[in-house]
Design a protein around this ligand. Structure first.
Ligand code: GMT
Length: 380
C-alpha cells in the first residue's frame, strides 16, 4: 500500500509512535510518505520505502499567524495526487483529523477518493481537545474519519464520554520494537553515572505540567533519604527551568541529571532500576512500555491507560495521581528487595511482549484494509 502519515515530528509520544509505525510498515514493503513540517525526530536514518514531504509555512505580512492548516491540506492534496497514495493515516486529532477530511473532500471534487484513518493519542481528546476552542472541530473530524483508532481502552471510553461520537472507535494499543528496546549491557555507562553502586531512577517525558515531574523529584528525594540513588531526567519542555530551581532549593543537584532530549533512550533505560511516571493524564504511557521492554519496573499513577500497561504488583506499582508518599514507599520497598525487583523485571518484559510491533502492525494493516473497503460505499 502507499500510505501518507501525518503527525507531529517532535519527541512526543504520538510522533514517535507514528514514525515507528511508518518504519515498520516500510520494512514490510509498504511505501510510506511522512507529511509534516519537520523531519520526524525518529526518522534519522535512510530507510528504503520511506519518503518525507516537508510542509513549509507560507508567510505574508497580512498573516499574524501563518495558516499551517491550509498549507498542510494543500500538501496532502499534492502528495496524494502525485504519489498516488491509497490512504492517509493521521495521528493526533488536532488539527490532523479535520485536515484529512478537508483534503479528502478536495480530492473527491477532483474525482479521487482517499480514505482517512485517524488515531487518537490522548491530549488531543483529554486536555486540548475538550477545550471549547477545539471541541466541535475535533468531534466533527473524528466522526468524518473513515476509521478511528484509540491507543487504549481508557482513551476510547473518554472520547465516547466527552464527545458525541457516532463512529466505532477501535482500540489498537501502542507498540514496542524489541530490535531497538531491549536490555543491553551498559555497565561502563552505569559506572559513570553511579560509581558507588547507587540505584538509578529514570523519568522520560516532555516536561509539561500534565507529567507532574515535580512529583518525580519529590519521590526521588524520599528515596534518596533512604539509600544512595541517582535520578536521570530525559526530555525537555516548559517545566524544566522550574524543576532545575526546585532541585537547587532541595540541594539534590549532585544526584539529579537533566539529560535533555535523547535519541538513544534505550541506552539510558538499560542502566535504570526504576521508571517513574506519575502523570496526571496519560492515555497509554509509551515511556512506560519502552522501559518495561528494557526490563525496568514502573512506578506510575493510575491515570488513563497506565493501568492497561503497568500491572500493579507485577510489573510495578500504581498509586492515585499525586500520591507521592505512596509512590516513594513503593519505590523504596522494591529497590530494597533484590529478589522481588528481579521478578518484576521479568514480569515487565513479559508484559511488554504483548505489545510487540509485529503483532500490532497486523492490526493496522487490517484497519487500512477496512478503510479501503469503505472507499466504494463512502464515495457514493
Ligand atoms: O502530551 C503528551 O504526553 C504527548 C502525547 C503526544 O501526542 O505526543 O502523548 C500521548 O500519546 C502517546 C502515544 O500514543 C501516549 O503514550 C501518551 O500517553 C499520550 N499522552 C497523554 O495522554 C498525556
Amino acid at each position: 500500500m502507499k500510505i501518507g502519515i501525518v503527525c507531529y515530528p517532535t519527541f512526543g509520544g504520538s510522533g514517535v509512535l507514528a514514525t515507528e509505525l511508518g518504519l515498520g510498515l516500510a520494512k514490510k514493503g509498504h511505501l510510506i510518505h511522512f507529511i509534516t513540517y519537520r523531519r520526524p525526530a525518529r526518522l534519522n536514518t535512510f530507510q528504503e520505502n520511506v519518503y518525507f514531504h516537508e510542509v513549509s509555512p507560507f508567510d505574508y505580512p497580512l498573516f499574524e499567524f501563518k495558516p499551517y492548516d491550509t498549507t498542510l491540506t494543500s500538501k496532502l492534496v499534492d502528495v496524494v495526487t502525485y504519489e498516488k497514495l491509497d490512504l492517509l493515516h493521521v495521528h493526533y486529532a488536532i488539527p490532523h483529523a479535520t485536515i484529512g477530511y478537508l483534503a479528502k473532500k478536495i480530492l473527491l471534487k477532483r474525482g479521487r477518493y482517499v480514505p482517512v484513518v485517524t488515531t487518537l493519542h490522548g491530549t488531543d481528546i483529554t486536555l486540548v481537545g475538550i477545550d471549547n476552542s477545539f471541541a466541535p472541530v475535533v468531534e466533527f473530524g473524528i466522526n468524518e474519519s473513515d476509521v478511528v483508532t484509540a491507543v487504549s481502552q481508557s482513551l476510547k471510553k473518554q472520547t465516547e464520554d466527552l464527545f458525541d461520537i457516532d463512529k466505532e472507535i477501535e482500540v489498537i494499543y501502542n507498540f514496542i520494537n524489541f530490535e531497538r528496546f531491549s536490555r543491553t549491557n551498559k555497565e561502563h555507562f552505569r559506572k559513570a553515572i553511579a560509581p558507588d553502586g547507587e540505584k538509578i531512577l529514570v523519568h522520560v517525558s516532555n516536561f509539561r505540567k500534565v507529567k507532574r515531574v515535580e512529583d518525580v523529584i519529590n519521590i526521588f528525594a524520599k528515596v534518596l533519604a533512604k539509600m544512595p540513588a541517582k535520578l536521570l531526567l530525559v526530555g525537555d519542555g516548559p517545566e524544566r527551568v522550574h524543576l532545575e530551581e526546585l532541585c537547587r532549593a532541595m540541594e539534590i543537584c549532585d544526584e539529579v541529571r537533566f539529560l535533555g532530549n535523547q535519541d538513544a533512550v534505550e541506552e539510558i533505560l538499560a542502566i535504570a532500576d526504576l521508571l517513574l511516571i506519575p502523570s496526571e493524564k496519560e492515555s497509554f504511557g509509551l515511556a512506560a512500555l519502552e522501559a518495561m521492554a528494557c526490563q525496568v519496573p514502573v512506578i506510575s499513577s493510575d491515570a488513563g491507560g497506565l493501568p492497561e500497561v503497568n500491572i500493579h504488583g507485577k510489573t510495578g506499582y500504581i498509586s492515585p495521581v499525586g500520591d507521592v508518599e505512596n509512590m516513594a514507599a513503593q519505590s523504596i520497598s522494591l529497590l530494597q528487595n533484590p529478589e522481588l525487583l528481579q521478578e518484576f523485571r521479568q514480569n515487565a518484559l513479559e508484559q511488554a511482549k504483548r505489545f510487540d510491533i509485529s503483532k500490532v502492525i497486523l492490526d493496522y494493516e487490517r484497519i487500512y484494509q477496512k478503510a479501503l473497503e469503505n472507499v466504494y460505499t463512502s464515495a457514493e
